[in-house]
Design a protein around this ligand. Sequence first.
Ligand SMILES: [Zn+2]
Length: 452
Amino acid sequence: MPDHDLALRSTRIVTPEGERPGAVLVADGQIVEVVHPGDAPLDAEDLGDLAIMAGFVDSHVHINDPGRTHWEGFETATHAAAVAGITTLVDMPLNCLPPTISTEALSAKLAATDGRLHVDVAFWGGIVPGSEPGIEELHRAGVMGFKVFTCDSGVPEYGSFAPEQLPGVLARTAPLGVPLIVHAEDPTTLAAAARLVDPRADPRAYGTWLASRPPEAEDRAVAALIDGVRTTGARVHVLHLSAASALPLLATARAEGLPITVETCPNYLTLAAEAIADGATDHKCAPPIRDRANQDRLWRALADGTIDAVVSDHSPSSAEDKHLEDGDIMAAWGGISSMQLGPALIWTTAQRRGFGLAELSRWMAAGPARVAGLRHKGHLAPGMEADLVVFDPEAGWSVDAAALHHRHPISPYHGRAVTGAVRRTYLRGTCIMRDGELLETATGRPRRRDEV
Ligand SMILES: [Zn+2]
């Protein structure tokens, strides 16, 4: 029996490979062994039928800190994460000011985390036109990879690259071995769709927004990206895939062995365009939430492995920027706030569709960790950091937006019935959350690529 400072036993130890009874042994913040129930040490705490799983990893979160902390911030975002059992966040390089496109900006961000992280946070760097000369230095400073847009980013300080410019960017990131993560919608297709939208169309109608962001925009940008990967060999990750029509292209590219990974989000997997009321600006994100048939195809792609990860794309703004008062969807900020709900939303629907906790862990822990290059996160196995959640898969509850820990109580899921509650969250072996309450504060650390 290895030395340990924590031992947890349960009938349901979950790894991406499956579930089994046993005990997890932790020493110095790391998992040292997973043993059979008969070999559990006498001091193991018995959690009965509550599941023990790897902490969830959310590799797509806009924390907006520093600079737009009236939208979100490190303290509020990591508090929400700890309560949801998300033990690692990877922060997006935009919507904060300055955007994380230089080592100076990364230093400003690290300073903003000081004493305010309840879970671990790693960082994506950004590339905008003109910032390319700083890529290598920012890579050395420890970002997990680099983000670009192929269309308007929504904020003026973060420019985009047209799809035909992508090979030039890919040629620069390829030797670094980290992913270029891409918001993939083709700007020409979007502009053409916008011209077709009747200028007298109701700006409060969800259909107006949907018509302005057709699936072909995703298809074309993804196709351009695949061509770029083929010519440069660079690693690429497709962010927040919404259009199921792009899946066959991606499946073919992966079958060819191209280094492409794909994520989608709870918004696309649990909300459907048919049910979105006009004026419901809390449902606006880009690419948009599409119809139920599209949603079914995304679930099938998760099952067959074409989609690697489910992450939140938590992108909040103030109530004012979200146009909650007038319901103007066309004018509202395009981002959904709901990171804290991700695991419960996905578990609720996954269960109904016949999936188990192993899949939940694969999509929301191991998958995002692999995409972001977090080698010691997202997996319940010896040698991994002891980020664990104690999960009650049967507990039902109802979403109250005002009870979430995000800065703004805005959520398209308000009032929704969900199943699955995180009873405890362990970060590197320390229990930081129990039944919704933080037990330890500021235990989180900013993490660099080479040490996580
Ligand atoms: Zn995003």
